[in-house]
Ligand binder design. Structure first.
Ligand code: ADP
Length: 444
């Protein structure tokens, strides 16, 4: 209400030029009616109609002006939000004439609003060094590398990677539509992820070096513990404490070797040199083989494990037995570690009813994954708060590796989960060899 009054006062002030004109017209009419004509019902009627007409016209003008002020106020409001954003925002119309270029964009592209707003961005501008970066953002196909492209009808997200200087931008791009749904322009929000990427790269490089250096001594320690265990087992008078200590040491060293392997695998994946050996195989056979390893461990955690084979005969598929074995191991290990006592695990294989794929699922009755954390589950080094409390060990690389392995096979990995009720992880594998991508493109 207070706001409306302010707008009204402002509009009234802005209309100041109209008021003398309005009063002049009004007195002119009065003068004409009372002096030029004799009073008659006709002139009275004429005056009444004219007043109503004038009233309607001014009301219309008034509401138009009011609308103009509201719109310009909203526009300023939105522009100040856009101005305050840390991410760069650029909007342009269908003819690539720039209409919005915020302060962060000025800093990011080292160009001023004055230079950019109203300018037509053409691919040929790429020849001018100061415009190069902006042109590549507007026309991503001109950039040296595009990564992680996700496209939907109205939005597109991708990363642009530049060399010399090394920079990485995460870009969300959308269309601007008018009230009738017609495209009137485009908007791009650009997040400079160079620093984050650099930190992540440094973290992975550090871990990679650490893992490489840990690999040899860890393998030697495992060999030493196993030899020692064999020697000691031959002794009949071996105290119980010593044999339980040996078991603990064995478990600790195999955990350490698993972590070292995961770090080395993640580094290889990022460099696109994980290497795959595709062969025709039976996925149910592989699951049975992997389950043998995990049954004892599941029993120790008081868990029941079921394997529901497909009712129909499944076709053989092309996969890397070792790598898909790793995926199955990972999903089973998580289903055990994040389960509750006396819980269940069910492994299933089915044919996708609509597409030429086989779907493997691993269902558990464990802690589940909260709504807020779902997006991050396949990200590198992610561990949920709940998972950290429930299971201290783990570095959050398993699912990241699984996602890359499944992607390399032309399949997908996803999950459904209800917090405190359990999770089901699924992955699909194509039945047709042609659906397997020709080369390894890492998802980082
Ligand atoms: P890690 O198990 O070493 O932490 P993963 O990459 O295998 O790493 O899993 C990442 C995170 O995803 C886990 O830390 C956990 O928070 C969550 N998660 C994975 N599987 C499950 C599951 N079956 N139930 C609940 N949370 C899970």
């Amino acid at each position: 209400m207070k706001n409306n009054w302010k707008i009204f006062k402002k509009t009234f002030r802005e209309l100041s030029l109209f008021w003398p004109f309005f009063f002049f017209l009004f007195f002119l009419v009065l003068f004409l009616v009372f002096y030029s004509f004799k009073f008659s019902w006709f002139s009275f009627f004429f005056l009444a109609i004219l007043s109503i007409f004038l009233f309607l016209v001014f009301r219309q003008i008034f509401s138009l002006i009011k609308r103009y002020f509201i719109l310009s106020k909203e526009r300023n409001y939105i522009l100040s939000i856009v101005e305050g954003l840390l991410d760069a925002v650029i909007a342009y119309d269908e003819d690539f004439v720039v209409t919005v270029f915020n302060s962060s964009a000025e800093k990011m592209f080292s160009l001023s609003k004055k230079e950019v707003i109203g300018k037509v961005i053409k691919p040929s501008l790429i020849r001018e060094p100061s415009w190069q970066l902006l042109v590549q953002v507007v026309f991503p196909s001109l950039a040296p590398a595009i990564k992680n492209r996700v496209k939907s009808k109205f939005r597109e997200e991708f990363d642009l990677v530049f060399k010399e200087p090394e920079r990485e931008f995460h870009i969300s791009s959308g269309r601007l539509l008018d009230a009738k749904g017609k495209i009137i322009g485009f908007v791009k929000v650009i997040h400079d992820s160079t620093r984050e990427r650099q930190l992540l790269k440094e973290k992975t490089e550090f871990l990679d070096i650490a893992a490489h250096n840990l690999n040899t001594p860890a393998t030697e320690i495992r060999w030493g513990i196993e030899t020692l265990s064999q020697i000691l087992q031959e002794r009949k008078d071996l105290p119980q404490e010593v044999s339980s200590l040996i078991s603990k040491l064995k478990r600790a060293i195999s955990n350490l070797i698993e972590i070292v392997d995961e770090i080395l695998s993640a580094a290889k994946i990022e460099e696109g040199r994980f290497g795959y050996n595709f062969q025709l195989g039976d996925i149910e056979e592989l699951i049975e083989e992997r389950l043998k390893k995990w049954l004892d461990i599941a029993q120790k955690h008081s868990l029941k494990v079921y394997f529901s084979k497909s009712k129909e005969r499944l076709p053989k598929v092309f996969f890397d037995k070792f790598r898909i074995g790793l995926v199955i191991d990972n999903l089973l290990e998580n289903a055990i570690l994040y389960n509750v006592k006396n819980g269940e695990i069910e492994v299933k294989v089915e044919k996708d009813p609509q597409r030429p794929y086989l779907i493997v699922s691993v269902r558990d009755t464990g802690i589940g994954i909260g709504e807020k954390e779902r997006e991050k589950v396949f990200a590198k080094f992610f561990r949920s708060e709940k998972a950290k409390k429930h299971q201290v060990e783990g570095i959050g690389l398993g699912l990241y590796i699984c996602r890359n392995i499944i992607r390399r096979h032309g399949g997908k990995i996803w999950f459904k989960s209800v917090e405190n009720r359990g999770s089901t992880f699924y992955f699909s594998l194509p039945v047709k060899k042609e659906l397997i991508p020709p080369k390894e493109v890492p998802l980082v």
